[in-house]
Design a protein around this ligand. Structure first.
Ligand SMILES: NC(=O)C1=CN([C@@H]2O[C@H](COP(=O)(O)OP(=O)(O)OC[C@H]3O[C@@H](n4cnc5c(N)ncnc54)[C@H](O)[C@@H]3O)[C@@H](O)[C@H]2O)[C@H](O)CC1
Ligand SMILES: [K+]
Length: 508
């Protein structure tokens, strides 16, 4: 499903009205009608009055249409205008006049504290995609009042006070129980903290043809049907060909683990196996090979000469590159630690191997230490990076708050500049490819915020690469499957807090 910015929404809107010829009032009618229907689901008509907080833009217009339909359905409704209704223009003014002719009760907000007794719910139609900056004056005061009311709030298009493009919230911002996203969901509704302020997001059709969005070049998608089946080939993953054999599903080389973090290697090798690849070879410092005997019986172990150190500091990059010959994907990073000259080691792998490469954990820190990855030679096979916000901050030379302020933009810039596929982890992981496509992953839960979950993700993505998925598709499908497995694992426990990374693998 498409995810749009405010500017993209305006373009699609304009195209629909001007080129396709669907009048703006028709879209507003459909929007208000959809909001009213959601309201009927959320609010009980027999209990008190619904307050419709109306701003002077089209968001307010949608709210006025909803008020009219809710009254027809038997609700008591009162409109509270944020500004003098005489200031309304265009379609919103038409709705104001209709509401007035119908005698819908209304008042203009006078900056005082609202006595919410007698009310049962609030429809927030103050600000939508036309909002700029922090809510001002009466808008800010009304948002504050609504949040203090303790009543359930239904937001029209966006919680007022939310930045539609980044998911950042201004002070104040409506805390909605539900948000009706009109036509398409917005980036701000899909990224935290906005996703939390929006409550449950319901995307409603308002008459804007899907074709109009495709023609406007929208390239941000939420990972769900039909994207999963069409682009990410979920069916191919689910249903294996009857005449296939282990060679059909690729051979992953996992280079991971060291003395203090052997578990990272174990988890990523297991995840690569459960991810479906036909064969997995786990390369690790030789000293660790023996203690790992039998731990993952399905994987082959390749101990690399390490001068008996149990870490990667004496391992030769050439030895690993040699092992990668003929493999279908190489995962490098989980639990490897750092050592002197490690950036040169990474560079040798980057240039000296020709299979798809997944870099995770300390491999990302090496890349950050090596300077600008944009200056590294282009690889023939794809590169997928899987940073968490801290690693992303190091890669881009900024801080975690800067990365998180606009995750999609951060990921977009890095992927476009360096030519890699970037998986920016965290709640609602973002995948950006070098061509400017983005995928936002809806699966996963806070129980997955646990050591080893990232090693599992990297293993799954490497596994899909080895099975023939392209970089961005492997990253998107892998992230989706990882989150979905985590959701199943969480559902199998009473408390998601007790989830461990190994269980994500068990539920793949
Ligand atoms: N998706 C669609 O195709 C449709 C969407 N609809 C709705 O229209 C709004 C966007 O409407 P717009 O008139 O462009 O802007 P807003 O209603 O969001 O409000 C703008 C309004 O508010 C003032 N303003 C801007 N920023 C602030 C601020 N920080 N504080 C106070 N006031 C502010 C500004 O002066 C404007 O007058 C979209 O979200 C949908 O709800 C259509 O109804 C149907 C088609
Ligand atoms: K709103």
């Amino acid at each position: 499903m498409f995810v749009v910015t405010a500017e993209e929404m305006r373009r699609v809107d304009l195209h629909t009205i001007q080129t396709v010829g669907i009048p703006a009032l028709v879209l507003m009618e459909n929007a208000g009608r959809a909001v009213a229907e959601e309201g009927m689901e959320l609010f009980d008509a027999r209990r008190g009055v619904l307050a419709v907080l109306a701003g002077k833009g089209n968001n307010g217009g949608d709210g006025l249409v909803a008020a009219r339909h809710l009254i027809e359905a038997g609700y008591d409704v009162k409109i509270i205008y944020a500004e003098a209704p005489e200031s309304f223009r265009g379609e919103a003014a038409i709705q104001r006049d209709i509401a007035s002719r119908l005698g819908i009760p209304c008042e203009v907000y006078d900056s005082s504290a609202i006595d919410w007794r007698g009310y049962s719910g609030i429809i927030d139609a103050l600000l939508g995609t036309g909002s700029r900056g922090a809510p001002r004056e009466a808008y800010a005061a009304l948002i504050g009042q609504a949040n203090l009311s303790g009543l359930p709030i239904l937001s029209v298009d966006l919680p007022s006070g939310l930045d539609a493009d980044t998911g950042q919230v201004f002070d104040p911002c409506i805390r909605a129980a539900r948000t009706v996203a009109l036509a398409f969901t917005k980036r701000g509704l899909e990224q935290y903290p906005g996703a939390e302020f929006a409550g449950e997001v319901k995307v409603r059709y308002i008459g804007i043809p899907r074709k109009a969005a495709a023609e406007a070049g929208i390239r941000t998608f939420r990972i769900e049907e039909p994207l999963l089946s069409r682009q990410l080939r979920l069916e191919d993953y689910r249903l294996r060909r009857a005449d296939s054999h282990k060679g059909t599903y690729g051979h992953v080389l996992v280079a991971a683990g060291s003395r203090s973090m052997s578990g990272a290697g174990l988890l990523s090798a297991k995840a690569a196996l459960h991810g479906g690849s036909g064969l997995v070879t786990w390369a690790l410092p030789d000293r660790l090979a023996e203690p790992m005997f039998g731990q993952v019986p399905e994987a082959m172990l390749a101990g690399l000469a390490d001068e008996q150190r149990g870490d990667w500091s004496a391992v030769q990059a050439d030895a690993l590159a040699q092992l990668a010959v003929g493999k279908d994907a190489l995962l490098f990073g989980p639990g490897i630690g750092r050592w002197a000259q490690d950036t040169a080691f990474l560079r040798k792998l980057w240039e000296g191997t020709d299979c798809p490469l997944v870099l995770d954990a300390d491999a990302l820190n090496m890349l950050a230490a090596a300077g600008d990855a944009a200056n590294w030679p282009k690889r023939g096979a794809p590169v997928v990076l899987t940073p968490h916000p801290g690693e992303m901050a190091r890669l881009t030379g900024t801080t975690v708050p800067v990365v998180q302020r606009d995750r999609i933009e951060t990921a977009r810039r890095y992927a476009a500049r360096t030519g890699v596929t970037l998986v920016l982890k965290g709640a609602r992981t973002v995948i950006a490819d070098p061509e400017g496509n983005f995928y936002i992953n809806p699966t996963g839960n806070a129980g997955m915020a646990t050591g080893g979950a990232g090693d599992v993700l990297a293993g799954i993505i490497a596994s899909l690469l080895a099975q023939g998925w392209h970089g961005p598709e492997a990253a998107a499908l892998g992230t989706y499957l990882h989150g979905a497995a985590g959701d199943r694992a969480a559902a199998s426990r009473e408390l998601s807090a007790s989830l461990t990374a190994g269980e994500i693998i068990d539920h793949l």
